[in-house]
Design a protein around this ligand. Structure first.
Ligand code: SF4
Length: 256
């Protein structure tokens, strides 16, 4: 005779699937390593700032538009006198495209940029009462404003934890495997998901400054790098991290 089944027998669990997923890891680092990387960046630069000079959200927006394929130092040289006389869309519009061109002709693509800035001022006055809007959708509808520019403005003028992926951030994310991606958008998405919230507000500047002064394009300066012991870049030249001390921003700017 067949034995009755015990009443409390749990139904058999389905066997765990052994299927191996091919999903690519978002980062080559553990959460603890990422936390440590950004903790060190924060010690180096507790309050990192962008290097584009500006006096209000409007002049920041104009400076970022002018900085495409140009250096911050070059843009600052041109905008210092410009922003003294035109720090609102109304004043910039009154200056006109030709005179604006006179101020910015040392910056690459200045003719197009002058056109864009004037069109930008018209749109700001017409659609936003002369104010820079604080949301991505409205910003990216403005002439000459792409996703990266909008991210910079949202981060610097409105304090939002955005990630504007420029050439430095794109290089570092891929070189060290922090958040690899084929496009700036992919790197942006990956960085936003692997960086702990507490570091997101300043992560954009920490990475840019690290790329500009240490993890440089042609030859990374690994002996000067505070994360050399954690870094997994195949081309790094040392495992010994540089001393972790706060950095003088002015000293850095003079090095360029
Ligand atoms: S160790 Fe070298 S490659 Fe790695 S992050 Fe630092 S500078 Fe870049």
């Amino acid at each position: 005779m067949q034995k009755p089944k015990p009443e409390n027998t749990a139904p058999a669990k389905p066997k765990a699937s052994r299927k191996i997923t091919s999903k690519k890891a978002l980062t080559a680092y553990s959460p603890q390593q990422i936390e440590e990387i950004f903790r060190r960046f924060r010690v180096q630069r507790p309050e990192p700032k962008g290097e584009l000079e500006h006096v209000n959200p409007f002049t920041l927006l104009v400076a970022v538009v002018l900085s495409a394929q140009a250096t911050d130092v070059g843009v600052n040289k041109a905008t210092r006198p410009l922003f003294k006389i035109a720090d609102t869309p109304e004043k910039m519009l009154a200056l006109g495209e030709e005179k604006l061109g006179g101020y910015i002709r040392t910056i690459g693509l200045w003719r197009n940029k002058a056109k864009n800035v004037i069109a930008l001022c018209e749109a700001l006055i017409h659609d936003h009462g002369g104010e820079v809007p604080g949301d991505r959708e409205a910003l990216t509808k403005l002439p000459g404003v792409g996703r990266k520019t909008a991210n910079v403005v949202l981060n610097m003028a409105f304090g939002q934890p955005t990630m504007a992926v420029d050439t430095h951030i794109f290089r570092i994310a891929n070189r060290i495997g922090l958040a690899p991606g084929k496009t700036p958008e992919e790197v942006e998405r990956n960085l936003l998901s692997v960086i702990p919230d507490q570091f997101l507000r300043h992560a954009h500047h920490w990475l840019i400054l690290h790329g500009r002064y240490v993890c440089k394009a042609r030859k990374p300066d690994c002996p000067a790098c505070v994360i050399a012991d954690i870094c997994k870049a195949p081309e790094k030249t040392t495992d010994v991290p540089a001393p972790l001390v706060p950095i003088e921003a002015r000293w850095e700017a003079e090095k360029v």
